[in-house]
Ligand binder design. Structure first.
Ligand SMILES: C[S@@+](CC[C@H](N)C(=O)[O-])C[C@H]1O[C@@H](n2cnc3c(N)ncnc32)[C@H](O)[C@@H]1O
Length: 245
């Protein structure tokens, strides 16, 4: 919850932008809070940061302030890197925001049915997935053998296409087919933008999967029953040639 608040209130990115300099809770309140009562906000910010300090997510040093006051000055601890936006290198920050908002909102409704009716949560989820994908896929790209002799790769449940855009950015000969539910694809960036070379397909993995040389599924099967996994994997198998992967 404290990480969630620190990301949601932009405290993490404000500390990151300070570029190694320390900031007090008052200075942070001026940067991130729009409300009039910055003193009250600074007290809350201070609670959040002291809690995070006890888990080494932020660092803190103290200095003597005016009179007998002690000034607590905060900066990012190394592990906080995972929650900053990192100039587009990937982040777990949006996942931390989503993980707290989501169970409150779902109230027992299966997640993807709920997202269909709630564009705000759907967008939050798609962004969370895209940012964490950057972290994982950038590592995968360091292994060219994985992509050897693939001409068409199908990302089943690929969200708004961030994974395939990264793969295409490095391996330009590969054509990407990004398949996801219609309401997710409707949010995907248009082909004219960054995603040149990625074709978006609205579909249902329990029905069929587009054909390609390789099928990619990331963070897809953990949420399905054994029977559902079998159904999806059979559809993937049908979509592949004999030497497919
Ligand atoms: C946990 S996310 C993973 C997204 C992406 N693969 C990643 O790792 O960033 C699951 C994805 O599966 C999609 N999905 C869920 N049910 C689906 C279905 N029946 N057919 C196709 N896609 C589905 C969701 O819309 C969502 O984008």
């Amino acid at each position: 919850m404290a990480v969630h608040m620190a990301v949601k209130l932009d405290l993490v990115d404000a500390l990151s932008a300070a570029d190694g300099h320390t900031l007090t809770a008052d200075e942070l309140a001026v940067k991130v809070v729009k409300a009039e009562d910055k003193a009250e906000s600074a007290a809350l910010i201070s609670c959040i940061l002291r809690f995070l300090m006890s888990f080494d997510v932020v660092s803190c040093s103290t200095k003597k302030g005016p009179g007998s006051a002690v000034l607590w000055r905060y900066s990012l601890a190394p592990r906080c890197w995972w929650f900053t936006m990192n100039n587009g290198e990937g982040s777990l920050g949006p996942v931390a925001v989503f993980d707290v908002d989501e169970p409150t909102a779902l109230g027992g409704t299966p997640a993807y049915n709920y997202f269909r009716k709630n564009p705000r949560l759907s967008t939050l989820f798609d962004q969370a997935m895209a940012h964490q994908s950057l972290l994982v896929i950038r590592k995968l790209l360091e292994h060219p053998k994985v992509f050897d002799s693939i001409e068409v790769i199908v990302d089943v449940g690929g969200g708004t296409g961030a994974t395939l855009a990264l793969i295409r950015g490095r391996y330009k000969h590969i054509k990407g087919i990004n398949m996801d539910l219609a309401h997710v694809i409707s949010e995907a960036p248009s082909l004219k933008e960054l995603f040149y070379g990625v074709v978006h397909v609205a579909g249902e993995m329990f029905g069929s999967v587009p054909s390609g040389d390789a099928v990619l599924m990331k963070w897809m099967l953990h949420m399905q029953s054994d029977e559902e996994c079998m159904m999806i994997l059979k559809n993937c198998h049908k979509a592949l040639p004999d030497n497919g992967r």
